[in-house]
Write a protein that binds this ligand. Structure first.
Ligand SMILES: [Zn+2]
Ligand SMILES: [Zn+2]
Length: 597
């Protein structure tokens, strides 16, 4: 049985309370849902079990009616009472209740009298001065509401980080749309999306064109735009129907493009450090470009000319690398711009010569087919890998303990070898390597006898169950696994699921030390929910001389391609080069380097 998602139950109960308040239900009724939500949130017992045993109402604060609703939600995934309420209102009406000074009564009046159904609607109504005309509102309230909207937006964006894996495809789609706008010369993604950070708050696009207004008009016409939040002279912000994602577009003259792109790529920490270096040399760096504080400053200022116009000489920055060159530094790729030592390294010309790219890879590591929980046949996976120009694909199904994921028994594993042999004979230009993704069992032992493991080309060991172990037990589990000479690769090492599950508690330095001693390769897993290992650990691994495998963990033909950029990005953010990556090697060398016995 899958565990019950308590937070979803809590959210549903709170929404029930909010909708009932909007409807004007009495406080005792609505409070009951909040009390129940608190109760479930703080519950240490297994909710699924309480429901199964019909013991919900034994909890203080949960009565018959709410108990039934919780059971309904837990068992069916639906709450019909909530779904009915939602039908009565626009989909984003509850945003109104997040605005300070806006209680349910006022929200109800705004909806019923002005049709206000979202923050964006409310803002427009305030701007059109419609709100002040309502009974019980007035000018003061209108002003307060506008301030409250701004605050609510800030809170929304802080609390609503999204996975890069969800944002990147749509941001790329928007970028292509902008590139096709009238007059656009250059355009690029910016912000944390360009730095390929695992989670992002919003998306940024920077473009150059002679007439910004035309580009904004085109941008705001994209079919996925839900609302235009702000449209100014050099910036337009929209909210998309997908992911509720905010996208900011800045359009500048082409001569300002590179410095603006640099500015809006971040990170803040990288910029602060750069700006102090620039200052020492008599430059200023800002979103308006790089300026030299000129000697003519004094004379001009006497005449009362604004310092910005007269005292500073604007320096031409055609490309981002010109900006770094001005500071006698190597160009710093966006993925490294975190002030994690990249500035010092760039000053000493000691950045990695060239970070690894997808094109460097000869083989795709970590793939599942219909033999375990993949969606496509082995043959389809092999043909797709070949079509991607790869030389080999490692077949690594789940192991026997992962019964829920179709893990293979020894017999099934051996049966798969026959299919692999047959495919290797018939398919030209692609080699399937025999492997497995073995569970690391509770004590760190692998999921097959050594005699079986010894016959495999590629053995990945991953933790899939018992995430509740404490740091000692979890660390020991991994350290023990490394003692098995048949283990080659530590798979999705920390087990984190972005925005969902924290990394397992592990003493990472101790583990990486042992991996280095034992010659275990470290996986950088490109599943967009994982992007595991995190960049700081990739770097620690590389500093110990460990080798990486850049893997897709593909469960379908499509994922062979779509997961790859996230694995490559995670490796690049950890400063990896081609030489650090084992699956950049041809098949024979790859297998040879993995073997430890
Ligand atoms: Zn796995
Ligand atoms: Zn896997």
């Amino acid at each position: 049985m899958t565990p019950v998602d308590k937070s979803a139950v809590v959210k549903a109960l709170r929404e029930m309370s909010s909708y009932l308040q909007l409807r004007g239900e009495n406080m005792f009724k609505t409070r009951a849902y909040d009390v129940a939500a608190d109760r479930i949130a703080g519950l240490s017992d297994d909710l699924g079990q309480l429901v199964a045993e019909g013991k919900l109402t034994s909890l203080p604060g949960i009565g018959e009616s709410i108990g039934q609703k919780i059971s309904e939600y837990v068992t069916t995934g639906h709450l019909s009472a909530l779904e009915d309420l939602k039908k009565e209102y626009p989909p984003r009406i509850l945003e109104l209740l997040e605005v300070q000074d806006l209680g349910p009564k006022k929200a109800k009046a705004l909806f019923e009298q002005l049709g206000v159904g979202s923050l964006d609607d409310l803002e427009k109504a305030c701007q059109k001065q419609q709100v002040r005309a309502l009974k019980g509102f007035g000018l003061k309230t209108e002003e307060k509401l506008l301030a409250g909207i701004a605050l609510a937006r800030r809170q929304q964006s802080a609390g609503s980080r999204k996975r890069l894996g969800d944002v990147l495809p749509i941001a790329t789609e928007l970028l292509a749309w902008v590139q096709a706008a009238p007059g656009v010369k250059r355009a690029s993604l910016g912000g944390s999306v360009r730095r390929m950070k695992e989670t992002v708050a919003d998306a940024d696009i920077i473009a150059s064109a002679p007439d910004a207004a035309k580009v904004f008009a085109h941008f705001e016409r994209h079919p996925k735009v839900a609302a235009v939040i702000a449209s100014g002279e050099s910036k337009s912000s929209i909210r998309l129907t997908e992911l509720d994602l905010q996208v900011d577009l800045r359009v500048l003259p082409d001569e300002d493009f590179a410095s603006a792109l640099h500015h809006f790529t971040g990170s803040k920490a990288h910029h602060i450090h750069l700006r102090s270096l620039a200052q020492e040399r008599g430059y200023t760096i800002s979103e308006w470009g790089v300026h030299r504080l000129g000697a003519a400053a004094g004379a001009k200022q006497e005449k009362g000319t604004a310092r910005h116009e007269a005292a500073e000489e604007k320096l031409p920055i055609k490309e981002e690398k010109d900006l770094y060159a001005l500071l006698d530094m190597e160009y710093v790729p966006p993925e490294l711009r975190e002030d994690w030592g990249e500035i010092e390294a760039a000053q000493k010309h000691q950045l990695p010569r060239r970070l690894v790219t997808a094109e460097d890879l000869a083989g795709n590591v970590h793939a599942h087919s219909t033999w375990s929980d993949g969606r496509d046949s082995l043959e389809a996976m092999a043909r797709a890998a070949k079509a991607l120009g790869l030389e080999y694909l490692t077949v690594t199904e789940h192991s026997q303990t992962s019964g829920y994921a179709g893990g293979l028994s020894v017999e099934r594993l051996k049966a798969q070898w026959e299919e692999i042999d047959r495919l290797n004979e018939t398919l030209k230009g692609i080699t399937l390597l025999k492997g497995v993704e073995s569970d690391l069992l509770e004590d760190g032992s692998l999921d097959y006898p050594d005699s079986v493991l010894a016959q495999l080309d590629v053995v990945i060991g991953s933790i899939h169950q018992r995430y509740s172990q404490d740091e000692d037990a979890m660390t020991r589990r991994v350290l023990n696994a490394f003692d098995n000479p048949h283990l080659h690769i530590w798979g999705h090492p920390t087990g984190r699921l972005l925005l969902k599950r924290e990394p397992a508690p592990l003493r990472m330095e101790e583990i990486l030390d042992k991996a280095a001693k034992k010659g275990i390769a470290i996986e950088v897993n490109g599943c967009p929910e994982r992007m595991d290992l995190a960049p700081e650990y990739v770097r620690q691994a590389l500093q110990r001389g460990l080798k990486l495998v850049i893997s897709t963990d593909a469960h379908s033909v499509g994922e062979l391609a779509t997961h790859l950029p996230f694995a490559v990005a995670a490796a690049r953010r950890g400063w990896a080069t081609k030489a650090d990556v084992l699956n950049a090697l041809p098949a024979r060398d790859f297998v040879k380097r993995l073997q430890r016995v």
